[in-house]
Design a protein around this ligand. Structure first.
Ligand code: PGA
Length: 252
């Protein structure tokens, strides 16, 4: 019932020419992977080239962040209107690096989520605890708070496109992956909070991705679990062979 989604988060890597070269190599490798929704999230400056390179293919292009205003005096920002006009279909919201380095808060995540829905962009909302929070036994509180805050005031009637990504901060870029059991438990907590904030039917249909050091050799054990509907991949998505192998292994 929930279509698997695997997204690449390239962070601040690759030029437009490098994005095109990646896509040219990558597309034939995943041509037979039609059961998985595949999304590439390149840097803003690579979005246009990536959209051209994936035209006519099932591979979607997403942004790594956006502003929540339609337009205005917000130097350096990119609006949902602009992303939509370019052909972007998905957007990451509240990635932990945005929360940590760029003042993203639960409140701005909520505003961006509403803006994405208003402009028909598929939002991928990232939540996850820091190591100290996990060690202090606060993981569930953090996940409940971030999920509830993201969904505050959202009309369940328009919430179907929302995707969540559980990204434990201690697993991002560290090579330290959550065990399938830790991930599955966290996904259940997030799903239960979606049921509370929206309704049980939406909780059952909402896709929740796992992110944090996903690699070709751990993709299958993570993605096969009941509550894990795909992956958000950073480092291992920069190489077309490695990212394609993750998609292939997760679908096994
Ligand atoms: P990683 O990053 O796969 O390099 O751990 C994941 C992410 O930040 O989305």
């Amino acid at each position: 019932m929930r279509k698997p989604l695997i997204a690449a988060n390239w962070k601040m890597y690759k030029t437009p020419a490098e994005s095109t070269a990646f896509i040219d190599t990558f597309l034939p490798l995943v041509a037979s992977q039609q059961k998985t929704e595949i999304v590439l999230c390149p840097p803003m400056i690579c979005l246009a080239a990536s959209i051209v390179a994936t035209k006519g293919t099932p591979v979607h292009i997403g942004a790594q962040t956006m502003d929540y205003h339609d337009n205005g005096a917000y130097t350096g920002e990119t609006s949902p209107l602009m992303l939509k006009a370019l052909g972007v279909t998905h957007v990451l919201i509240g990635h932990s690096e945005r929360r940590q380095y760029f003042n993203e808060t639960d409140e701005t995540v909520n505003l961006k989520l509403k803006a994405a829905l208003a402009h028909n962009l598929v939002p991928i909302v990232c939540v996850g605890e820091h190591l100290a929070e996990r060690e202090a036994g606060h993981t569930n509180d953090v996940l409940n708070r971030q999920t509830a805050a993201a969904l505050a005031g959202i009309d369940p009637a328009i919430a179907a496109p929302i995707v969540f990504a559980y990204e434990p901060v201690w697993a991002i870029g560290t090579g330290r992956t959550a065990t399938p059991q830790i991930a599955e438990e966290a996904h259940k907590v997030i799903r239960a909070q979606i049921a509370k904030s929206l309704n049980p039917a939406l909780a059952a249909s909402t896709r929740i991705l796992y992110g944090g050091s996903v690699k070709p050799d751990n993709a299958a054990s993570l993605c096969c679990l009941e509550d894990i509907d795909g992956a958000l991949v950073g480092g291992a998505s920069l190489d077309p062979n490695s990212f394609a192998q993750i998609i292939i292994n997760a679908a096994l």
